[in-house]
Design a protein. Structure first.
Length: 274
């Protein structure tokens, strides 16, 4: 196709509009920015990619992305750097438009998950995306976002997942109490991560697989609930969990970043389950 050269073209404006939630809601599509995320999107058979835009330089540098897209019948359109910049300041020469990829909670539960990250009132897009990435790295089966959490398809969330959004199911719009009840019905224990927790995660690792009565067993199927960056979990949210677990602070730091704490918890469960 002819190279796109006009930064003010209607197509360019339509793509740029997907950075906003109203356009995403109307179209059911979202932006995938940067070579890492786009590479994973075009490789994922379950992800429907509608458009792929690359600069000439990016097409040469990331030829495997163009080839993978072509193998799925996705045509890469070349565009000038000015056009890509007008579409997205974070494209790094590679940009795609895809159908939104969230799934229903029932779909997550149908797979009999053993490790789930449940985000309650998580509003910071960078933290939410990094938890999805950490869950993917730890081998979790799914991530669930409550309806009060950030929009999964916010561009910063998508970038922060570094492509992991296309590797594991992510459910959105869940009611926390209902999600916890559904997990319990399927034999999944629910642990709330909070700095005031009665249980130390290191102690739980020591007894994983042989935990005494009254002590949560990290080797069992587990869902971790992570709260808001600023105020953590509300009292009523903590009360839904089977136990509240803290990550110990050994040094002088006041606290851990939400995504960092989530990574510690998810890897602890992954180790215990292994």
């Amino acid at each position: 196709m002819p190279e796109l050269t006009n930064p003010r073209a209607e197509r360019v404006k339509a793509v740029r509009a997907l950075a906003g939630r109203p356009a995403r809601a109307r179209s059911g599509r979202f932006l995938v920015e940067g070579p890492q995320a786009v590479r994973e999107a075009v490789r994922a058979e379950h992800v429907r990619v509608h458009d792929l835009y690359v600069t000439d330089a990016a097409a040469e540098r990331y030829g495997e992305i163009v080839s993978a897209a072509g193998g799925r019948g996705i045509v890469a359109r070349t565009a000038t750097p000015e056009v890509l910049d007008a579409m997205s300041a974070d494209a790094q020469g590679v940009l795609a438009v895809a159908d939104q990829v969230d799934v229903g909670l029932d779909d997550v539960l149908a797979s009999r998950p053993r490790l789930v990250a449940l985000l309650a009132h998580v509003r910071d897009p960078g933290n939410a995306g990094t938890v999805v990435r950490a869950a993917d790295a730890a081998g979790a089966d799914a991530v669930v976002l409550t309806r009060e959490s950030v929009d999964l398809h916010n561009p910063k969330v998508v970038r922060s997942t570094a492509g992991s959004l296309f590797h594991l199911p992510v459910a959105t719009g869940a009611d926390l109490a209902s999600a916890v009840a559904a997990l319990h019905d399927r034999g999944v224990i629910v642990l709330a991560a909070d700095g005031t927790g009665e249980h130390d995660i290191d102690d739980l690792l020591d007894v994983a697989g042989a935990a005494p009565d009254g002590v949560p067993d990290l080797a069992a199927p587990t869902a971790w609930v992570f709260g808001n960056e600023a105020w953590g979990l509300r009292d009523e949210d903590r009360a839904l969990a089977d136990a509240v677990v803290r990550v110990p602070i050994r040094g002088r730091a006041e606290s851990l970043n939400l995504a960092t704490a989530a990574t510690v918890c998810l890897y602890a469960s992954a180790r215990a389950q292994r």
